[in-house]
Design a protein around this ligand. Structure first.
Ligand code: DLL
Length: 432
């Protein structure tokens, strides 16, 4: 597979480290001058960005968390005035408080370069017809890949959220060769294709680039077999840029992080200590080219480890292991990010108090399924069936309105569920 940008993607480590240092210095000066949160923070810890002379000076700065970004809603973390911002994206709108991210013209240029790298590593060339089935909108998947695919010169079909039947018609008739979407969407496509009796031989698909949520190796195999494609993983986060942070090459042995734009670190999520090479922990990212929304030592919540072993594809960028786990309680169901607290709010509204509950997540027919188990007092069970059914329906309605999917509800006897800590409200059986 071709390397999109040989100059940067195959740069020698010493040169890359020098480039990172220069870009880091610029970024730190920028945030000190332009973002009051960082200005106050640096003053508080007596950190002068002009004194930064090595990459390890970065370690002197405390981490930035999602909570910091939430408090800065809507624009307080922006490092440029709004007149320099040419695009605004945000987290998908399922969490109570979305995070708003801005891009300058240069940021969009970099983002385009980064998604072009992802696509290129997944085998997309100017000869491809690529169908983008990520939503185009506030979510970064659609527009992020759109620009990258156009930069490569592929023929882009922005089919976005068209219904699945139409996606298949388009795929068949327009002779789509490459597909990008969430792995859950790809799995759903497989199912509908099978129902309709459409075989991969009737399609022109050759490659699939999937990301935005964890997916197992076994699901990768199934998708590859059912669609007769090669499937690669790619990783991104809205706050950092969207898709384009890291990506698999044809070797599928970890995701290369575009280190000329991002400095990764791995930390112990409990103590905050920086871990050594190869150790598993929470990924922390510092952006070093972003103008509108630079982030310093941002805690991603994602658990992984880094490998500097090199890769036969020629890229010198560090590789991160695929992400299957998070450190916080965020869950991703069929591509939507959500938090247990959001379910708790719905349950409390319906039941009139906060019940003891548990979210059980599993895969059924390759789609994420959620069962909400709720303890209700003994009296409830003496009530008529009608009342219980009403409660179940109200909860389903609440979840449907908020997240647009239907959970299964199981009302159970008190003291059935162990008193878990908040973090363990979720039992995720998808990847084990
Ligand atoms: O999911 C951006 C994106 C769009 C990535 C399209 C790839 C393709 P958010 O909605 O902010 O952004 O979700 C970010 O999703 O912290 C991870 O927990 C998870 N995630 C993203 N990609 C992967 C992946 C987009 N390949 C959060 N594997 C991240 C596992 C992933 N988890």
């Amino acid at each position: 597979m071709p390397v999109w940008n040989e100059k940067y993607e195959t740069m020698k480590r010493e040169e890359l480290a020098q480039l990172q240092l220069e870009r880091l210095q610029e970024t730190l000066i920028r945030v000190y001058r332009r973002v009051s949160y960082y200005h106050n923070l640096f003053n508080k810890i007596n950190f002068d960005p002009l004194d930064v002379s090595t990459l390890s000076d970065l370690k002197k700065i405390p981490y930035t968390t999602k909570d910091t970004l939430r408090l800065a809603y809507p624009y307080d973390m922006f490092a440029v005035p709004l007149r320099e911002v040419v695009r605004i994206q945000s987290t998908y709108g399922t969490t109570g408080q979305p995070l708003i991210v801005g891009y300058t013209k240069n940021d969009i240029g970099h983002w385009t370069e980064l998604t072009a790298r992802v696509l290129s590593a997944g085998g997309v060339t100017e000869d491809d017809i690529i169908q983008i089935c990520f939503p185009y909108g506030l979510f970064t998947g659609g527009l992020g890949f759109h620009y990258g695919a156009e930069r490569i010169g592929a023929s882009v079909i922005p089919s976005s959220e068209a219904d699945i039947e139409n996606q298949i018609i388009i795929m068949k008739d327009y002779r789509t060769t490459a597909l990008t979407c969430t792995p859950s969407h790809a799995a759903w496509l497989c199912e509908v294709l099978e129902e309709k009796g459409v075989t991969p031989a009737e399609l022109s698909l050759r490659k699939g680039l999937f990301g935005a949520e964890p997916w197992s190796e076994s699901l990768r195999k199934e998708i590859e077999e059912n669609l007769a494609i090669s499937a690669t993983d790619n990783y991104g986060i809205t706050e950092i840029i969207g898709p384009g942070i890291s990506f698999e090459c044809a070797n599928k042995s970890g995701l290369h992080i575009s280190e000329d734009h991002f400095i990764p670190e791995i930390i112990n999520p409990d103590t905050g200590d920086v871990l050594g090479w190869g150790e598993k922990g929470e990924l922390v990212i510092t952006t070093i080219t972003k103008e509108a929304y630079p982030l310093i030592r941002y805690r991603t919540g994602d658990i992984t480890h880094l490998s500097y072993e090199g890769c036969s594809c020629g890229r010198t960028f560090v590789k991160m292991e695929r992400v299957f786990e998070r450190n916080d309680d965020m869950i991703i169901l069929n591509g939507q990010n959500m938090f247990p607290l959001q379910f708790e709010q719905i349950l409390t509204e319906v039941i009139g108090r906060t019940p003891n509950y548990q979210l059980i997540i599993d895969k059924k027919d390759n789609l994420d399924k959620l069962e909400i188990q709720i303890e209700v007092s003994g009296d409830f069970f003496f009530d008529e069936m009608k009342k219980l059914t009403k409660i179940e329906l109200q909860i389903i309605k609440g979840v449907k309105e908020r997240f647009d999917f239907i959970p299964e509800i199981k009302l159970i006897e008190p003291k059935t569920i162990k008193r878990y800590l908040k973090k363990q409200k979720v039992i995720d059986r998808r990847y084990h």
